[in-house]
Design a protein around this ligand. Structure first.
Ligand SMILES: NC(=O)c1ccc[n+]([C@@H]2O[C@H](COP(=O)([O-])OP(=O)(O)OC[C@H]3O[C@@H](n4cnc5c(N)ncnc54)[C@H](O)[C@@H]3O)[C@@H](O)[C@H]2O)c1
Length: 413
């Protein structure tokens, strides 16, 4: 009988997914090695400074000082691990199509070091078939000759950064494995970390479920963004409408309008779905339409804000409040506020921004709330933003976040 491997977990990618997973695994008794190819981030993490808002410096420092966790750029440590999880970005390329360069590179880098009986799990979001047709062939091609038995599964991450209620432990985890042995190993691993692990029949089901979850959000946000524009034309407050509809106890789920969609999931994952549909001769027209409605929102918001300013002002001063893609994080990836900013500049506005969680963005720095402006746009309601200060100023505010209600200076989206 093969001897049991030690409980060592190697996690490839120490970002919003990889680092919280590392801490959850440490909590569950695993020894974790975090591998990241970005040396400065590895140095920061090993210095006890967390790059992710949901993980405190103290939690990280305790894990490091207990010898339960450390980060490295060295992939050879994979040879010590019984489980390897891949948590690297899966962005879009310049044609807005899946870009698996980082995923392929991660699979190639681990392959030379995987030892017998290792479980390899992909947590990165991708289209169905990625584990079977991309990751497994790469690993099998580059693995050492002595490595004969490997287990493969995919367990798409569902973490919601900045969410105080749902985390790696209490969010049920979907697992699709390549064969029965892999499923047993993957279930045992995730059951050691999460309260609930749910198996599905194939990796493709798990991969497709992840795309469905995020596409569901994209299309519902698009529906509400379109509905908002129609209501505004009739001077109907969209939030009152949503609250009213949400009083129905079944068959309705409230979504709110906003500047658009951002981050590493909602604007991107549905395009993995549209691409995948095209590859297999299908169409995802509904999703493409939703994507285009959301993409048009920043321009709509900019025009609504400019309409609040006296038209005789040639170069109006606009203050944007909150530039991260959502509340509670400093993450500006794919933030729709970028397009809002660009459109305002293109219209001749002088634009400044304030965000307590973002120091520098678009080669500019956050200004303070006293920055004098002709109109303010509350784009993302960040914790620590003193909105009372803005309300004290004699300026109209376009509130895209439904945070401020019933005030004469507040204009809901
Ligand atoms: N951020 C989220 O809210 C979230 C939620 C669920 C799922 N996901 C998915 O999880 C995956 C990871 O996303 P993330 O937000 O954690 O990304 P991230 O950018 O926060 O972190 C990824 C890390 O991987 C590192 N990296 C990139 N390529 C590498 C390689 N080849 N080898 C080693 N390290 C490498 C980067 O330096 C970075 O530190 C993506 O597929 C994403 O769609 C993200």
């Amino acid at each position: 009988m093969t001897p049991q491997k030690p409980q060592i977990l190697a996690i490839i990618g120490q970002g919003y997914v990889g680092l919280p997973l590392a801490m959850a695994a440490v909590e569950a008794g695993w020894t974790v090695i975090g591998i990241d190819n970005f040396a400065a981030k590895v140095a920061q993490i090993n210095g006890g400074s967390s790059p992710v808002e949901d993980i405190s410096d103290t939690e990280l420092q305790v894990a490091i000082s207990n010898g339960a966790y450390n980060a490295t750029t060295d992939f050879s440590v994979v040879s010590q691990a019984s489980v390897v999880t891949i948590c690297v970005p899966t962005p879009l390329d310049s044609n807005r199509e899946p870009d698996l360069t980082l995923l392929r590179s991660a699979a190639t880098c681990i392959a030379s070091y995987v030892s017998n009986e290792t479980l390899i799990v992909s947590e990165s979001t991708s289209y169905p078939g990625t584990l079977r047709d991309v990751i497994i062939p790469i690993v099998n091609q580059h693995k050492p000759q002595s490595t004969r038995i490997l287990y493969f599964a995919c367990a798409p991450e569902r973490v919601n950064p900045g969410d105080a209620n749902w985390n790696q432990k209490n969010t049920p985890r979907l697992i699709g494995a390549i064969d029965a042995e892999s499923l047993t190993k993957a279930l045992a691993f995730y059951e050691s970390i999460c309260d609930t692990a749910i198996s599905v029949s194939t990796p493709e089901v798990a991969e497709a479920a992840k795309l469905l979850e995020n596409t569901f959000r994209l299309v519902n946000i698009a529906l509400i963004n379109e509905f908002t524009q129609i209501c505004w034309m009739s001077s109907i407050n969209i939030h009152e409408v949503i609250d009213a509809a949400a009083s129905k106890p079944y068959g309705f789920m409230p979504f709110r309008p906003g500047v658009g969609v951002g981050g590493h999931c909602i604007p991107i994952d549905p395009l993995y779905l549209t691409w995948w549909a095209r590859q297999i001769g299908g169409k995802a027209e509904f999703v493409e339409l939703a994507d285009s409605i959301n993409q048009a929102m920043p321009v709509y918001v900019a025009e609504r804000a400019l309409s609040l300013i006296n038209p005789s002002i040639k170069n109006p001063k606009v203050l944007i409040l909150g530039v991260a893609y959502k509340s509670g994080v400093g993450d500006v990836r794919e933030t729709p506020v970028s397009e809002l900013y660009d459109h305002l500049i293109a219209k001749g506005a002088v634009v400044a921004w304030h965000d307590p969680l973002v120091q520098s963005w678009k080669n500019t720095n956050s200004v303070n709330l006293q920055w004098e402006c002709d109109v303010a746009i509350l784009a993302t309601n960040q914790p620590g933003m003193d909105l009372e200060k803005i309300l004290d100023a004699d300026v109209q505010i376009l509130d895209c976040t439904n945070s401020l209600r019933n005030h004469p200076k507040i204009n809901p989206l």
